[in-house]
Design a protein around this ligand. Structure first.
Ligand code: SAM
Length: 260
């Protein structure tokens, strides 16, 4: 396979190991007829296998060299040349007439959080996402309250889907070898834990504000929001710190403050 010279600023660390590739693709629970979208196909490590398994398959790649390369080695595969951060997941699902998309990707790590938030915003139109990211970020996604990994990402992700850390991935299976450890995680959007009706932007504002000063009690960290809402925090919540609230507690708090 022709290998492109990796561009660091595009997060290009290409998978080299067939076993790891099979394991990642095998972690998708999508059925044969489902529409699968790959983020950042690069030189096509996952793409080849995905295209064999799924008749309805699309990939999105920013690097024009990789797009040309994919057209050569996999001429039948649909590749969108573009920025995944500008991709409209919900619009694409509607346009393709599918209820829910399955997403997969060895992510460009420099934009992991932004990609995650864009997927969370499209939660209703996704079935699952099998994604590789830096190990420490994956650990934050599945972290429990009262741990040091528990934070904005944990609450936002666990509110929108069920995340499961599937397996770690050695640095040695990439070219070039990355500086950080990796892990594959599966986000299951099919059974959303909370159908709360809370406004996602409002919930995110509360989570961000609370965790931005995570050492303070919520009475202090949320004082501006509480003042705006015009009613005090519930007595059992005010003395706590952000890391002591579960995703469900944050939802309840957001609903309570919105009712002001
Ligand atoms: N899937 C390949 C593999 O596993 O070997 C490549 C993975 S590499 C970690 C990340 C890929 O995402 C690169 O091909 C990179 O060019 C692409 N990429 C980086 N930024 C992107 C963006 N904003 N939108 C779409 N693709 C992007």
């Amino acid at each position: 396979m022709k290998v492109l010279t990796p561009i660091k600023r595009l997060g290009q660390n290409f998978l080299q190991d067939p076993n790891t590739i099979r394991k990642i693709v095998g972690s998708l629970e999508a059925e044969k007829g489902d529409l699968v979208v790959e983020i950042g196909p690069g030189t096509g490590a996952l793409t080849r296998l995905l295209a064999e398994r799924y008749a309805r398959f699309t990939s999105i790649e920013l690097d024009e060299r990789a797009v040309d390369h994919l057209h050569q080695i996999l001429p039948d595969v649909h590749v969108i040349h573009g920025d995944v951060l500008k991709f409209d997941w919900s619009g694409f699902a509607r346009e393709q007439n599918v209820e829910r998309l399955s997403v997969i990707g060895n992510l460009p790590y420099y934009i992991t959080s932004q990609i995650l938030f864009s997927l969370l915003d499209a939660a209703d139109d996704l079935k699952e996402a099998v994604i590789m990211m830096q190990y420490e970020v994956a650990a934050r996604l599945v972290a429990a309250p009262r741990t040091k990994e528990y934070g904005i990402l944990s609450v936002a992700v666990q509110h929108a889907c069920r995340p499961k850390l599937l397996f770690p991935v050695s640095r040695n299976v990439f070219f070039p070898r990355p500086d950080v450890r990796s892990a594959v995680i599966r986000l299951d959007f099919s059974k959303q834990p909370t159908e709360s009706g809370v406004d996602p932007a409002w919930l995110r504002k509360i989570i961000r504000t609370a965790f931005n000063q995570r050492r303070k009690t919520l009475r202090n960290s949320l004082s501006a929001i509480v003042q705006e809402a015009g009613k005090p925090l519930p007595e059992d919540v005010a003395p706590k710190r952000a890391e002591e609230l579960s995703p469900e507690d944050f939802v309840q708090l957001a609903l309570y403050l919105h009712d002001a």
